[in-house]
Design a protein around this ligand. Sequence first.
Ligand code: HEM
Ligand code: HEM
Length: 583
Amino acid sequence: MGTKNIFNEWGIIITLLLIALPIIVASILAIVKAKAIIKNYLEKKEQERFNNYVKDLTPIEVEKLEQRKRALEFALSNNELSGKTQPVDNKGLIDNISTVETLRFIEQKKKSQPRPYIEPELSKLIIWYLGCATFWLLFGTTVGEYLGIKFVAPDVDHYSWLSFGRLRPVHTNAVFWGWASLAMMGLAYYVIPRVSNVPIASIRTGYRSLILINVSVVLGSLFLMAGINNGGGEYREYIWPVMALFGIGVFISLRNFFKTIAKRTTKEIYVSNWYIISAMMFLLVIAVVAYWPSWQTGLGETVVQGYYMHQGVGMWFMLFNLGLMYYFLPQQLNKPIYSYSLGILAFWAQILFYTLIGTHHFIFSAIPWWLQTVAIVGSAGMIIPVVAGTTNFLMTFKGSWHKLSGSYTLPFYLIGIIFYFTGSLQGTAEAFRFTNLVWHFTDFTVAHSHLTMYGIICFMLWGFIYTIVPRLTGKEPPQITVGAHFWLALIGLLFYTFPLMYGSTLRGLMWMEGTKSFIESVELMAPYWLWRAIGGSLMWLSHILFAYNFYVMVKRKDKITVPTSPIDILKAKQELDTQAQTN
Ligand code: HEM
Ligand code: HEM
C-alpha cells in the first residue's frame, strides 16, 4: 500500500476536484483581471494614436472644431417658462423627498417581507423553541471552544468533570439535541401549519415537547460530566432514560404534526412536509435501534452504531433541513421551487442510499466485507440525491441572483447549499477504501463533521431563523451584526477545517509509511490544532453575535419616533386632540 500512487485513488481524485472548485473560481477571476490589464494597455495605445492626431491638426480643422464646440455649449437661460417669479412647491413634490442618498459604508439590505397573520400564541411557542436552541448553541460551542483549546494547552485543568473524555460528548450532544434539533422543530411549528393551510393542532403539545427535550439535554449534560453515560458509541452517550425523554418529546410533536396535516385544506402534501415528517419518524426508529437492549454487545453493536450515527446526521438533521429549505427558499425568492419532481426524486434516492451507508464508518473492521462494500456503493449512490437537491436549489436561484446582494438571509442559504454539495461529496470521497485507510483515524473526520453539521445545518438554520423571527416580532436585527455573524462563522469554519484536512492527510500517510513513531505524528499536528483553535474562536464569537441579533429581534422595544413630516405632525395633533376630548 505504501508505494501505491495515491493520485490514482477515486477518493483522492474527488477530494482534489472539490478543492479545485475554489481554485477554478480564483482562476476565472485571474482571467477577468488579466483581460482588464490587456484592455488597459490597448486603450493606452489608442490614446497615443489620438495624441499624434491632435498634434497634427491644421488651423482650418481647429476652427471647425471650435465652431462645433460653441454650438454644443449653447444653453437656455432656464427661466424661459417661469419668468422672474419666485418658485413655490404648491404640490408638495419637493417636500415629499425625505431621504438624501449619501455614500454608504455598508450595503443597505432589504427589510423582511410584511408579516402574514400568525396566531400570537404560536409565535410565542416558536420563539421559545428558537430561544432555547440559541442558548444550547452558546453552551455547546463554549464547551467545543474549550475542547479546541485543550488540544493546544492539554494541562489547562485537572478536574474530572472537565476532562476531555467527558466534555466531548457534552459538546456533541448539546449541539445535536439542544441546538440543531430544537431549532429545526421550532421552525417546523411554523412551516407545517403554513403549508397545510390550517392552524396547528395543539400549541400545548408543542410546549410539552419543548420541556421534555430541554430536560433531557440538561440531565444528559450533567450526567455526562459526572461520568454517568451509556458507555456505547458516539452520539448515544446519554443513558437510556434521558434519551427516552428526548424521544417522547419528538414523538408527541410528530403526532401533533400528523394531526395538523390530516386536517389540511390543500390537496397535495407539500414536499417540505414529506421531508419533515419522515425525518421525525426516522429519528424515532434509529433511537430505538440504538438503545435496543439485545443489540448492545458484540459485532452487531458496531453495525448498529454505524447505522445510528449516519442515519442521525443524514435522516434527522439533513432530511429535516432539506424539508425546511424546500419551504423557505422559494418563499424568500418569491417564486416556486425549480422542480417539484426533482425534489421527490431526491427524497426517494436519499431514503434508498442513505439507509445503506452506516457501515462506511467501519471500513477494514471485522464487519463482513460485503456489508462494507454495500456501504461504499451506497455512499457513491448518494451523489444522486445530492446533485438533484443542489441543482434544484441553484436553479431556483436562477434569474434571482441579484437578490443575493440585497438580502441578509440569502447568503446563509447559499453557503448552506454549497456546503451541502461539497461536504456530502467529501463524505463520498472518504468512504472509498484507500482514502478511508489514510484518513479514518485522523482529524479528517472531525473536519468533515464540521463542514457538514456546521457548514450545512447551522448556516441553513441561521438563514431560516433570520427569515422568520422578524416576521413574528416585526423587529429586524442590526444589519452590521448579521454580516459580522456570517463572515466570522464562515472564515472561522474554513480556518477550522482546511488545516485539519491537510495535516490529517500528512499524518495518515506518515502512519502508512510506518517509519516514524506515533508521537512524531502528534507533533506534526500541533500547528493544525492551533489553527483549529483560532477558527473555533471566530466561530464562537459569531455565535455571540447571533445570540445578540436574536435578542434584538425578540426583545428590542419599538423605537420612539418623533414625527417630523407635516402629515405625521398633523396626525399626532389629531390623535392628541381626540385623546383630550375623551378624557
Ligand atoms: C465554536 C464552535 C465549535 C468548536 C470550537 C468545536 C470544537 C470541537 C472539538 C474540539 C471537537 C472534538 C474533536 C476531536 O475529538 O478531535 C468537536 C467535535 C465535534 N463537534 Fe464541534 N465545535 C464547534 C461547533 C460545533 C457545532 C455547531 C456542531 C454541530 C452542529 C459541532 C459538531 C461536532 C461533532 C459532530 C463532533 C464529533 C466529530 C467527530 O467525531 O468526527 N461542533 N468539536
Ligand atoms: C453523501 C453524503 C455523505 C457521505 C457519503 C458521508 C460519508 C462519511 C464517512 C465515510 C464518514 C466516516 C469517516 C470515517 O470515520 O472514516 C463520515 C463521518 C461523518 N459524517 Fe458524513 N457523509 C455524508 C454526508 C454527511 C452529512 C450531510 C452530515 C451532516 C449533516 C455528515 C456528518 C458526518 C459526521 C458527524 C461524521 C462523523 C461521525 C463520527 O463521529 O465518526 N455527513 N461521513
